[in-house]
Design a protein around this ligand. Structure first.
Ligand SMILES: [Zn+2]
Length: 160
């Protein structure tokens, strides 16, 4: 699914959600911003994706692993599962990420594959997205699915 950066979230809902902004929904048919990003940003984004214990920034999980829109590969992110004390693989194409904006009271919605787009396809997300990820306090609990459902229901937006 392709959405231009900074458009209102409109994925499987009956009308756009103005509180949720699309970031990083790339497609090979569309130009995207490229450039280097700081290793600290990639590290923090990885941390957010592989952890979902105390905080959980992932929502709209699906059972299959959607492949990359650019290289068509299924992307797995290796990580240490602390509960099982084992090296495991996290599929990046099975969920979306919801990041609270530091600029205003909106949220950014991205595919889990955004990590792969940044790291392997040199996608450079808008600076406000980078700043918002860097500003996240990972000592605080967060539940992306509850947050998304609340925004959707309070705006009387239904799932399609
Ligand atoms: Zn790819």
């Amino acid at each position: 699914m392709y959405f231009k950066d900074h458009t209102y979230y409109n994925y499987y809902v009956n009308k756009p959600l103005e509180m949720i902004i699309n970031i990083g929904w790339l497609s090979y048919e569309h130009f995207y911003e490229m450039g280097d990003t700081e290793p600290e940003f990639i590290e923090k984004l990885t941390e957010i994706i592989i952890n979902d214990d105390f905080y959980d920034y992932k929502f709209n999980r699906i059972r299959c692993n959607t492949s990359c829109r650019l290289c068509k590969e299924s992307i797995l992110q290796p990580y240490i599962n602390k509960k099982r004390n084992a090296l495991m693989d996290m599929p990046l194409g099975f969920c979306e990420l919801l990041i609270p904006s530091q600029v205003n009271n909106q949220y950014y919605a991205s595919p889990g594959l955004i990590l792969h787009y940044i790291r392997d396809h040199y996608y450079k997300p808008p600076q406000e997205y980078i700043d918002s990820v860097m500003a996240l306090d990972l000592t605080q609990p967060f539940n992306a699915q509850d947050c998304f459902d609340f925004v959707r229901e309070s705006n009387q937006v239904k799932l399609r």
